[in-house]
Design a protein around this ligand. Structure first.
Ligand code: UT7
Length: 325
């Protein structure tokens, strides 16, 4: 059988760092509240004129270099984003152009904070399907969420940041057992009943404006821990693994308390969870590949390790992937 293996990772963070203290000078909040309730200490914010496609292309270039290949080897680009440069064309085709590619297929997926898991799952299916014509994919999560924030709303503006992460996936022959390296299983869910708990109050087809992010944080939090623990267990079972087999959880970085609650439900020590929310905040679709690249670059993730990637976001959408490194 064919499996999709991650052969390279890369990420990019804009240069400007905004601390909790500098937000406290703008809205009625404090470093103490933000750290205690979320674990966030700082976030990166894109410069004026720096777009999601710039962040995504930079992360993609680093992932290609890490994989030891060039854009010429890539035949599929999938970008997860809720903050494309323009309503259309897809951010993926903009990145394709920035990478100098005039071949292949590029498109976006929209699943907000779960977008990278959705994009990974689609790429996995396109690389490993019986009639697949694709061999090497770039899967990118890239966001400039700072542009969707209401900077006067302390309940949301302290939570998010900008950034991008990318992986290179390659189709490889495998045995079909959980000892294979690569993506072992993906599981996705969505439930539109919860659209009004986390949304943007505008859009090209309704207001004709971009809109601003609105969230009922407490209610999102309640759903997050349960949904994430359930989908991780479901995905591990599909890969014929259990939580005891997991070397690293690579989660969406929304709130440190969600990471702790989910790990506890699975019976995993928090030391097994890759945590970047303190320095990146919530970068939506970029957060999982940013955390993955961080733990690959610092040597925590090693060949043979079992990873569970997970995320939940607006929609609601949520999902997980079990990967052997
Ligand atoms: O990525 C998509 C998924 N998103 C998430 O997973 C987000 C999930 N939700 C959360 O992470 C948390 O619910 C928040 C961090 C958003 C909020 O934490 P919380 O512990 O649920 O706080 P809360 O909303 O219940 O607010 C508690 C208090 C309120 O004051 P009162 O009503 O008790 O007087 C808020 O007005 O904290 C107040 N508050 C703040 N205070 C200082 C809300 N935001 C702030 C703030 N600084 N930035």
């Amino acid at each position: 059988m064919i499996r999709a293996r991650i052969i390279g990772t890369g990420s990019y963070l804009p240069a400007e760092v905004v601390t909790n203290a500098s937000l406290a000078a703008r809205v009625d909040t404090s470093d103490e509240w933000i750290v205690e309730r979320t674990g966030i200490r700082q976030r990166h914010i894109a410069a004026p004129g720096e777009f999601t496609s710039d962040l995504g292309a930079a992360a993609a270039r680093r992932a290609l270099a890490n994989a030891g290949i060039t854009a010429g080897d890539v035949d599929l680009i999938i970008v997860a984003t809720a903050t494309p440069d323009q309503t259309f064309p897809a951010c993926a085709t903009v990145i394709q152009h920035k990478l100098g590619m005039v071949h292949g297929v590029a498109f976006d997926v929209a699943a907000v904070c779960s977008g990278f898991l959705y994009a990974l799952s689609v790429a996995d299916a396109m690389l490993t399907g019986a009639s697949s014509v694709y061999r090497t994919a770039l899967v990118i999560g890239a966001e400039t969420f700072s542009r969707l924030l209401d900077w006067d709303d302390r309940a949301t503006c302290v939570l998010f940041g900008d950034g991008a992460g990318a992986v290179v996936l390659r189709a490889e022959t495998a045995t079909g057992t959980s000892a294979d390296r690569g993506i072992l299983a993906c599981r996705l869910h969505s439930d539109g009943r919860y659209n009004d708990l986390l949304f943007v109050d505008g859009g090209p087809g309704s207001t004709g404006t971009t809109g601003k992010l609105r969230m009922k944080g407490k209610e999102v939090f309640r759903h997050a821990v349960t949904n994430l623990a359930n989908v991780m267990t479901e995905t591990l079972a599909a890969a014929r693994l259990t939580a005891a087999d997991v070397t690293w959880v690579v989660p969406h970085q929304a709130n440190r308390r969600i990471l702790e609650g989910t790990a506890k439900k699975l019976g995993l020590p928090i030391e097994r969870v890759v945590i970047t929310v303190d320095s990146h905040a919530n970068t939506s679709a970029a957060s999982v590949p940013l955390a993955l690249d961080t733990a690959v670059a610092d040597g925590r993730i090693q060949p043979g390790d079992v990873l569970v990637l997970e995320a939940m976001g607006g929609g609601f959408t949520w999902g997980a992937a079990a990967v052997r490194w």
